[in-house]
Design a binder for this molecule. Structure first.
Ligand code: ZN
Length: 338
């Protein structure tokens, strides 16, 4: 029996996150913007953003702009929550992942980014790059790895300004992070992983250096490593169980590398749909776990890459909907004419 995607229930699931953060997720308040992005972009991929009233959408835009730390020099960017009050401005600092998700959410909502303090944000990006080419998430001391190179590349691509990244150093860090097995880790000497491989490959594409930075042999080893991640669904590393989110992380990487057609789409789709809650909505990591916003969003994006009927196409490198990407291109045309 063919299982159908419970589109309506998934849209309801995201709507609940927009209206109220469930108490079991209160611990994630400091990254509330992440939940907002999954819900907003998720509704967009479901072609269901119109379930939110015009007023609700403009309230969401205003809330996201309140997260912008403006004119704070190297601390500029977006923070994940309004829980750091304005009065405590010395503690307010941008976070590269939050800046990327803030910009992506604004694009999804159709905002024209006119209230974005572009110059300061790029200054904030520049301040987060390390000598080895990697990026830290914030200036207040955080991890530094492939994830934040990716966020820095997304921010630069969205703002159409690459002056905050030393591309040569970033590309070098990515090349140094290629593991012996052909995949890419979070940093040099670390185990290959589907998430870091996506971040690396998407960053190279956004920097317009994918085929110049990597040799044909390296690209082919990457393609092979990614293709070997399919069990039915995909897993993120050898010997791990399949997990819904990798249908996007690895699926999108294969799409960028031009070989997604070599995967078994039927089995991939079947796995992802075993993890959906068709009554209350949402997708989970495994068929035995509870749905969460990340796996719901990435599961839908993974299905979108397979051409699931009723879903909008996604831009694999920026992980936003095609319509949000088209909107961005219109904004870039306006900026170019300024
Ligand atoms: Zn996962």
């Amino acid at each position: 029996m063919t299982v159908t995607l419970a589109k309506h229930q998934h849209a309801k699931y995201f709507q609940r996150f927009i209206h109220l953060l469930p108490n079991q997720l209160a611990v994630h308040d400091s990254i509330r913007l992440t939940m907002a992005f999954f819900a907003l972009s998720g509704l967009d991929v479901l072609n269901s953003l119109d379930v939110l009233s015009e007023q609700k959408r403009s309230e969401a835009i205003e809330w996201i702009y309140r997260l912008q730390v403006r004119g704070a020099g190297p601390r500029s960017g977006f923070q994940g929550s309004t829980s750091v009050p304005k009065e405590a401005s010395k503690y307010q600092t941008g976070h590269l992942a939050m800046t990327y998700l803030g910009l992506a959410s604004l694009l999804t909502l159709g905002d024209d980014l006119s209230r974005i303090d572009k110059k300061s944000i790029i200054q904030g990006v520049r301040a987060c790059q390390n000598d080895d080419g990697s990026f830290t998430a914030t200036l207040t001391g955080s991890e530094s790895d492939m994830r934040f190179i990716y966020c820095a590349c997304c921010i630069s691509a969205i703002l159409d300004d690459w002056s905050g990244i030393d591309k040569r150093k970033a590309i070098n860090y990515i090349k140094e992070s290629i593991s012996y097995d052909g995949g890419i880790g979070q940093g040099p000497g670390l185990e290959s992983h589907g998430g870091s491989t996506f971040c690396a490959v998407a960053s190279l594409l956004l920097m317009d250096n994918l085929t110049s930075a990597l040799s044909e042999k390296q690209l082919n080893r990457l393609r092979y490593w990614c293709l070997m991640r399919q069990i039915g669904g995909f897993h993120g590393r050898p010997n791990k169980p399949e997990d819904t989110c990798y249908s996007f992380w690895v699926g999108a990487t294969l799409q960028i590398l031009g070989v997604r057609h070599l995967t078994d789409a039927t089995e991939n789709r079947a796995y992802v749909l075993t993890t959906q809650d068709s009554v209350l909505g949402g997708l989970s990591k495994f068929d035995t776990s509870a749905p969460d916003p990340l796996h719901t969003y990435l599961g839908l994006c993974g299905l979108s890459l397979l051409g699931e009927p009723g879903l909008q196409a996604v831009n694999a490198a920026l992980n936003i909907s095609q319509s949000a990407f088209d909107h961005l291109e219109e904004i870039h045309k306006i900026w170019a004419g300024d």
